[in-house]
Ligand binder design. Structure first.
Ligand code: FES
Length: 118
């Protein structure tokens, strides 16, 4: 069996509700990961693309966070409603979904203008 073309990590970290950094999976359901996996399987892409649950990816203020390798494309604010577009455009089509990307200058940047962490 050949290796995977892409590897997707979905943050499923959950913190207490009063934590200032928030949680990518506030309810602790793992639904974003589960639905992503299911949709890829429905498209027949599950043998080429691996989707894994991840702990905190340290981009919490932009979450829910998803990162796609080998490209290293980071997505923020991802919901189940965005998954079809990510799969069609990026995973199948090779074109990242720009509207969901965390800007390069915002990654690991606590003074990012979009970041609530100060
Ligand atoms: S809780 Fe998801 S990136 Fe930190």
């Amino acid at each position: 069996m050949p290796g995977f073309d892409k590897h997707i990590f979905v943050c499923t970290n959950q913190r207490p509700a009063d934590n200032p950094r928030g949680s990518c999976d506030r309810e602790g359901t793992g639904d974003l990961h589960r639905v992503f996996k299911m949709k890829l399987a429905m498209k027949g892409l599950n043998n080429l693309v691996r989707v894994n649950k991840a702990g905190c990816l340290d981009q919490c203020e932009h979450g829910p966070t998803v990162v796609v390798y080998p490209e290293g494309v980071w997505y923020g604010g991802v919901t189940e409603a965005d998954l079809d577009e990510i799969i069609e455009s990026h995973i199948a089509g090779g074109k990242p979904v720009e509207r969901l990307r965390i800007a390069e200058g915002c990654l690991n940047n606590p003074s990012c203008q979009h970041c609530s962490r100060r």
